[in-house]
Design a protein around this ligand. Structure first.
Ligand SMILES: NC(=O)c1ccc[n+]([C@@H]2O[C@H](COP(=O)([O-])OP(=O)(O)OC[C@H]3O[C@@H](n4cnc5c(N)ncnc54)[C@H](OP(=O)(O)O)[C@@H]3O)[C@@H](O)[C@H]2O)c1
Length: 260
């Protein structure tokens, strides 16, 4: 069995890769950090292939797909992504567009191409990493939340198409709350609640993916939050999320992503 894992150099993606390797999977790992990819290859060993790529660039996404072609990939883990903090009119435009290219466009392209391959042979698993942010609007991280809404809703829709086709291909969407990774540093925030570990999120996601479940929402509080927000008007959810995000401001009082 072979899996492609994006964002395998850190955090949740690295944990998923290591857990898959322990289960005997062969891996194709990608990320931009070539040194870390080599390190992963060395420690995971046998059968691990690596390809350094910046997935915010469309041509690089297709290059990764071409690299995987003919290698009988059984599982796609669309994990690479990051967030940006700040008021929408103040966040850096280029950084934000690159984030959309990574969180949305790269995931969209890989999902479509691998789904076609998987459907052709009626076997395969897609694990898309969204976030609990996918269930709601996210003032002060507006574009990040919107990008995860895309990932979540796309995955739910594909699940239904596969179900109607009685396909053996499965899709699972991981929607964690805070996870202790490098995410915060990149986003320019600090968590206001205790995060779960990347290992826990990874194990939970793989369990749900291998049992064909659509949702993987680790942690009772996050599960309850994702459920309860359905019964609350958007404007009120948005006001609550604003307060939650405000509490995540870094000590210098501003997110890293403010206009340069
Ligand atoms: N941590 C949380 O609280 C949390 C909560 C909900 C959802 N998530 C989601 O979980 C996923 C993984 O994030 P994480 O928490 O594990 O954060 P992380 O430790 O920062 O890992 C992010 C991964 O994405 C890769 N990446 C970033 N930019 C990239 C680019 N342009 N091209 C290719 N790869 C790129 C990074 O690799 P390189 O630097 O080597 O490129 C790294 O492996 C993300 O989609 C994130 O939105 C995280």
């Amino acid at each position: 069995m072979k899996a492609l894992v994006t964002g395998a150099t850190s955090g949740i993606g690295q944990s998923i890769a290591r857990k898959l390797a322990k289960r005997g999977w062969e891996l194709i790992l990608t990320g931009r950090n070539e040194d870390m990819l080599r390190e992963m290859q060395k420690t995971i060993g046998k059968g691990t292939e690596i390809i350094a790529a910046d997935l915010s660039k469309r041509e690089e996404v297709f290059r990764v797909y071409e690299f995987c072609k003919g290698k009988d990939v059984d599982m796609l883990v669309n994990n690479a992504g990051y967030g940006l903090f700040g008021k929408f009119d103040e966040t850096d435009m280029n950084d934000e567009l690159a984030m959309i290219d990574l969180n949305v466009t790269a995931l969209h392209i890989l999902t479509k191409l691998f789904l076609r391959d998987f459907k052709r042979r009626d076997y395969g698993t897609i694990l898309n990493v969204a976030s609990v942010a996918g269930f709601m609007p996210g003032p002060l991280m507006a574009a990040y939340y919107a990008s995860k809404n895309y990932v979540l809703k796309l995955s739910i829709a594909i699940y239904e198409e596969l179900r109607r086709d009685k396909s053996n291909v499965t899709i699972t969407v991981l929607c964690p709350g805070p996870v202790a990774t490098n995410f915060n540093n990149r986003a320019g925030v600090s968590f206001s609640v205790k995060p779960i570990t990347a290992d826990y999120a990874a194990e939970y996601a793989l369990h749900k993916a291998f049992t064909g479940k659509l949702f993987a929402i680790p942690g009772l509080t996050v599960k309850l939050g994702a459920f309860a927000q359905r019964f609350v008007p958007y404007k009120l959810v948005s006001a609550i999320v604003y307060n939650v995000q405000q509490a995540k401001k870094t000590s210098d009082g501003q997110g890293k992503a403010l206009k340069k």
